[in-house]
Design a protein around this ligand. Structure first.
Ligand SMILES: NC(=O)c1ccc[n+]([C@@H]2O[C@H](COP(=O)([O-])OP(=O)(O)OC[C@H]3O[C@@H](n4cnc5c(N)ncnc54)[C@H](OP(=O)(O)O)[C@@H]3O)[C@@H](O)[C@H]2O)c1
Length: 323
């Protein structure tokens, strides 16, 4: 089968389309014919080994995982022994967060992994970008125990995490103020934001409103800069480690007293998460934002675009034409 393979760390062009062995469905596994996948910031960070510390987990000199891609949508082509809940022909989507391998024509995934059958109303390319940025957003929202009616500011509302966060928050009934650039104000309103701050025209940290939660989905602010935006017991969440990796440390210290605090959840993925997104997509409450689409043989270009840091939502790779 064809796959996008990288055998060394480096810039996008270390990735090449190569012929590799087709995986098989082991016991309790499904073999999925991949129709669509994504290139996201995690793929980029692992391929480039940036930050360097990634290498302690992914291989010091060379990458242990040579086929990246953690989101997928496709059709079950074969099932291994013991598989009960999926069958050949099922259209499935999901997240293969630790094993990767979706930048390929076939992918083997465990039956009890983070996957679900696809909503009937979605194409493969619509379903593929529904589990990565969105599960980071969901982890933050759940950690903050957000309730209906709470005021939330989302900084970086046009990214994969931010565009999912705005939709998930609206579904929960939060009052959402979203921060993005002037070009995308209408897009973000369309995601459900009640109020939009154009960061090219004003500094959102000087906003006069206060919030129960500030969610930095682009990792470019800090607790110190956002503290004045928080209500007395408000929560600051960020998708990034923050300046000098302070966010995980602040998440240990700040909850020790009753004031404003930082939370830094470790995102978890499981089948409940995939089913949750399936339900939201079926009902129309969540629709992943797709920016650009590429074919598998254009994946180097897709990486270059993702690494501009300016993609809007998600970048999809069509491995097979979507149906
Ligand atoms: N916690 C984790 O495990 C984890 C996992 C994945 C990613 N991350 C981190 O989370 C961050 C977001 O990830 P992502 O995948 O959502 O990123 P992304 O999709 O690449 O986000 C890019 C978006 O952010 C917007 N943006 C850039 N600079 C901005 C600024 N100063 N103010 C407001 N918006 C800005 C861009 O729009 P404009 O430039 O057009 O405004 C673009 O739409 C990244 O820093 C990534 O490293 C963390």
């Amino acid at each position: 089968m064809n796959a996008a393979v990288h055998i060394s760390y480096g810039p996008p062009d270390v990735v090449q389309i190569a012929e590799v062995d087709k995986p098989t469905a082991g016991d309790n596994q499904l073999l999925v014919k991949v129709h669509a996948t994504t290139v996201n910031r995690t793929d980029s960070g692992l391929r480039a080994a940036k930050p360097f510390i990634n290498r302690f987990f992914t291989g010091l000199r060379r990458p242990r995982v040579t086929i990246l891609g953690n989101e997928f949508a496709g059709a079950v082509e074969a099932v291994g022994r013991g598989v009960r809940s999926f069958q050949v022909g099922d259209r499935v989507f999901g997240y293969n967060g630790t094993r990767f391998g979706a930048h390929a024509e076939y992918l083997a995934v465990p039956e009890d992994g983070s996957l679900a059958t696809m909503p009937a109303n979605l194409t493969y390319e619509e379903a593929a970008p529904s589990t990565e940025g969105s599960h980071y957003a969901l982890a933050m929202i759940r950690k903050a125990k957000l309730r209906s009616g709470q005021d939330v500011l989302v900084y970086g509302a046009t990214g994969a995490i931010g565009s999912a966060a705005v939709q998930l928050l609206k579904h929960l009934g939060a009052e959402v103020t979203a921060v993005c650039d002037s070009e995308h104000v209408e897009l973000v309103r369309g995601l459900g934001a009640d109020r939009v701050i154009d960061y090219t025209a004003e500094d959102f940290t000087k906003d006069t409103q206060t919030y129960d939660v500030v969610l930095d989905a682009v990792g470019k602010s800090s607790f110190g800069r956002c503290k004045r935006l928080l209500k007395p017991r408000g929560i600051y969440l960020s998708s990034d480690l923050g300046p000098l990796s302070q966010n995980p440390i602040l998440a240990l210290i700040t909850p020790l007293h009753r004031g404003k605090k930082v939370l830094f959840p470790i995102p978890r993925d499981n089948q409940e998460m995939a089913r949750y997104f399936k339900g939201l997509m079926e009902s129309g409450a969540f629709k992943p934002v797709i920016d650009r689409r590429y074919r598998l043989d254009q994946i180097v270009e897709a990486y270059r675009y993702v690494e501009t840091g300016q993609k809007i939502g998600n970048v999809v790779i069509n491995v097979e034409p979507s149906t």
